[in-house]
Design a protein around this ligand. Structure first.
Ligand code: ADP
Ligand code: MG
Length: 385
């Protein structure tokens, strides 16, 4: 988990301090440490709080960033998973202890076709999408998810609606995210939303009282429960993805484009062009997986190792794209792989408009029709497990 932080150091020795817990499996003990992070050189230092001894000498650790540091987050320091449980001084609490929250957002079946526009609005409201998955709920899953409403008269309609098509589940992170997302959604009833909050999502994209475009958790506690339902962290798999593995090609929105907030726009353009997005999920790729995925480019493409670095640079979004003659048509839609060339020859293509360089060219798309299926399988069958 990572968030955006505007950190302005005020001295060369600027540091932040946390209380961190680590479960020591050998001793079956929770151990507590004071963890110091020095922003200037990205070094970390740890003290065992019980013995008051240095546990980790101040060491540069490049995998840790100030964006990772907030209470409630889990971080990895030299292969130990630590939970940040408190700010250890007022200075750190003031600088980093804002009201960051996570919430669950769902784009419901009636607004599925509008997901690009909805994602654009989420991102422009300063909410970060930290997890994302397209699923088709089973009846049992929908009932479990909405159990609190089982005695309501609208319950059956609600369940039938929620299983009538795919939904997009997202974890949103931001300042007071629970409230911020509910404010963006507007009133529960779409007609009420249109009269009272005409700019809200439910006003713009909702249909009626039940078909109201989006869902949002109503408290931090429900958010935790609902996020665990879609994105389990302790065992279980959550609802399955929707990949169809036929007549498909694979598209990946690359990390640079995700971090430049282009996700919504790119998805909107793909759908507007008539392609079907039949599976979609956010992934954080490890280098070993990037090597496997790009194996065919090794020794063939000069930028191979830079491509690996880019694919692992942050979250990316993988999609199964379907449509008549999808592999060929989708490649044309993406444009030449070098954005400079694309801007000259095919200025309207995705790469011409959102690409930055040969490596940071906005999207990956499968080269050959037979690769499409393999790449979709790689993400939605292999990586997902
Ligand atoms: P919200 O989604 O705004 O948190 P609730 O939790 O009260 O609203 O209800 C869950 C969902 O059930 C709503 O989003 C809507 O789809 C449906 N719903 C709620 N109230 C009604 C109602 N009076 N008639 C029909 N459907 C309703
Ligand atoms: Mg609710």
């Amino acid at each position: 988990m990572r968030r955006q932080v505007n950190w302005t150091p005020y001295s060369d020795e600027d540091r932040c301090a946390f209380v961190a817990e680590w479960y020591d499996p050998n001793a079956a003990l929770l151990r507590r440490y004071q963890l110091l992070y020095y922003t200037k050189d990205g070094s970390v230092e740890m003290f065992d709080m019980k013995s008051n001894r240095v546990f980790l000498k101040r060491t540069k650790y490049e995998d840790l960033h100030v964006e990772d540091l907030f209470v409630g987050n889990k971080i990895n320091v030299f292969s130990r998973q630590l939970q940040l449980i408190e700010y250890a001084d007022q200075y750190t609490a003031r600088k980093l202890g804002s009201k960051k929250e996570k919430t669950l957002a769902v784009i419901k079946p009636d607004a599925f076709a509008k997901m690009g526009a909805i994602i654009e609005l989420i991102l422009s409201a300063d909410l970060t999408i930290t997890k994302m998955k397209m699923v088709l709920l089973t009846r049992k899953e929908a009932v479990d998810f909405y159990l609190e409403h089982q005695t309501k008269t609208f319950f059956n309609d609600l369940i039938n609606f929620m299983i009538s098509g795919p939904v997009i589940a997202m974890e949103l992170l931001g300042d007071e995210a629970v409230c911020a997302w509910r404010r963006l959604m507007g009133p529960t009833n779409s007609a009420t939303a249109r009269s009272e909050e005409p700019n809200s999502l439910r006003a713009k994209f909702g249909t009626d009282g039940t078909k109201n475009a989006t869902h949002g958790s109503d408290s931090v506690a429900s958010a935790a429960r609902e996020l665990e339902f879609f994105f389990p962290t302790s065992g279980g798999r959550g609802p399955s993805n929707t990949a169809k593995y036929s007549d498909c090609t694979c598209c990946i929105i690359k990390p640079h484009a995700v971090s430049a907030k282009c996700t919504g726009t790119i998805i909107r353009e793909i759908m507007d062009a008539g392609f079907e997005i039949s599976a979609l999920q956010m992934f954080k790729i490890e280098i070993a997986n990037a090597e496997e995925f790009y194996e065919v480019y090794k020794g063939v493409v000069a930028e191979y190792s830079d491509m690996l670095v880019e694919l692992c640079a942050g979250p990316c979004i993988a999609m199964e794209i379907r449509g008549e003659d999808a592999p060929k048509r989708f490649r044309e839609f993406c444009g030449p792989s070098d954005p400079e060339i694309a801007r000259h020859l095919r200025p309207k293509t995705l790469r011409a408009r959102y690409g930055k360089s040969k490596v940071r060219n906005a999207v990956h798309c499968s080269d050959l029709p037979e690769d499409g299926l393999l790449e979709v399988q790689y993400f939605f069958k292999i990586l997902e497990n």
